[in-house]
Ligand binder design. Structure first.
Ligand code: NDP
Length: 319
């Protein structure tokens, strides 16, 4: 699928609803691509790619994430290793484990599940991970590589957003992009990726003035704020591609809870050209990109070329 901005605007002017970007389907396809490439790696390296996940403490949400990451890793044919440390583990305990995993030849990717308990300095732990095994892309070396346009590891959520945008729009060069949110794990790397693709990028945050005027100029709008349905339909340029990263749990009519994004979906789909739903949009791409990064890490460590179909579109606009 590949539509020009004019086609997108026309589509909306005709009153059509936005095309829903099916993140679950795109994620399934990326996971299939990874799984299909694993046997060739195993044949060449005589071992599977290996991902180690470190969980400290018993945060229930983190438990769920770690379990689903492990399951997805095994389903793709890779080695999944989980290390669980008690909530009162010391910073030194975590550092010792990370260093052991750095030295383990069977491990290509190390993921320390965040947040860590308050008494452990996250920055120090991330800094201890070998940058070439840092499949989350949080190490300062990978942050620097991304800023300089060098090969490294890109955080999984913004990488997933880029893949969805490229699938919807094709070449992104020349488009006006607004990223709302400037966190280190989503907003900032997202802005870097869009800049690399030749977009003109504006990054908005809690101190931004006249946010709605800014978002209304965006051909591409990526929202990662964590405020339920903050972006209204009339904040969106007709025909824009809108990526909703937010995951917010709100009370539902039946007394239970439901998930909503940072974008008011029903309003936005009357205006946007493309729109990701929540759930089923960006979320599934995050795990698929983690598997992708792990396989790429394994190939680099084994001096093998990365399998085709895993890279986001050409970096030809990169400087
Ligand atoms: P953070 O809380 O780290 O960052 C939120 C950003 O939003 C900050 O930069 C903040 O600005 C900005 N912000 C807050 N309020 C406003 C406002 N009123 N107007 C404009 N900007 C505002 O969140 P994350 O980046 O970690 O996550 C964002 C959302 O994405 C959350 O809902 C999270 O659950 C979800 N998420 C989803 C993932 C997925 O896989 N789908 C993965 C990661 C996150 P400032 O910097 O000025 O404080």
């Amino acid at each position: 699928m590949n539509h020009s901005s004019n086609e997108l605007a026309t589509q909306s002017a005709l009153g059509n609803l936005a095309l829903r970007i099916d993140g679950a389907a795109r994620a399934a396809s990326l996971r299939d691509t990874v799984a299909a490439a694993v046997p060739a790696f195993v044949a060449a390296a005589e071992r599977p790619p290996g991902l180690a996940v470190v969980l400290v403490g018993e945060d229930p949400a983190s438990e769920v994430y770690v379990r689903s990451k492990g399951k997805a890793t095994r389903e793709s044919g890779m080695l999944s290793v989980e290390h669980r440390l008690a909530g009162d583990a010391s910073r030194q305990d975590v550092l010792t484990l990370v260093r052991r995993l750095n030295a383990d030849p069977a491990i290509d990717g190390i993921l320390v599940q965040l947040p860590l308990p308050a008494h452990i300095d996250e920055a120090a732990i991330i800094a201890a991970i070998d940058p070439d095994k840092d499949v989350d892309g949080f190490h300062v070396v990978n942050v620097g590589r991304l800023a300089l346009g060098q090969d490294g590891f890109v955080p999984c959520t913004p990488l997933g957003c880029l893949i969805l945008l490229q699938q919807a729009l094709g070449d992104l060069a020349g488009r006006d992009a607004v990223v709302v949110g400037r966190s280190n794990i989503v907003g900032k790397p997202m802005a870097q990726l869009l800049l690399q693709q030749g977009c003109t990028v504006t990054v908005a945050h809690s101190r931004t003035r006249a946010l709605a005027e800014m978002t209304r100029r965006a051909d591409i709008l990526v929202v990662a704020v964590g405020r339920p349905e903050m972006i209204r339909g009339d904040w969106i340029k007709p025909g824009a591609a809108v990526i909703d990263v937010g995951i917010n749990r709100v009370p539902a009519a039946d007394g239970r809870t439901r998930l909503v994004g940072d974008v008011a979906f029903e309003e936005a789909r009357e205006v946007a050209g493309f729109l990701t739903p929540v759930p089923g949009g960006v979320g599934p791409m995050t795990i698929a990109c983690l598997l992708r990064n792990t396989l790429v890490a394994a190939c680099r460590r084994a001096s093998l070329p990365p399998p085709p179909g895993l890279a986001p579109g050409s970096g030809k606009h990169q400087r």
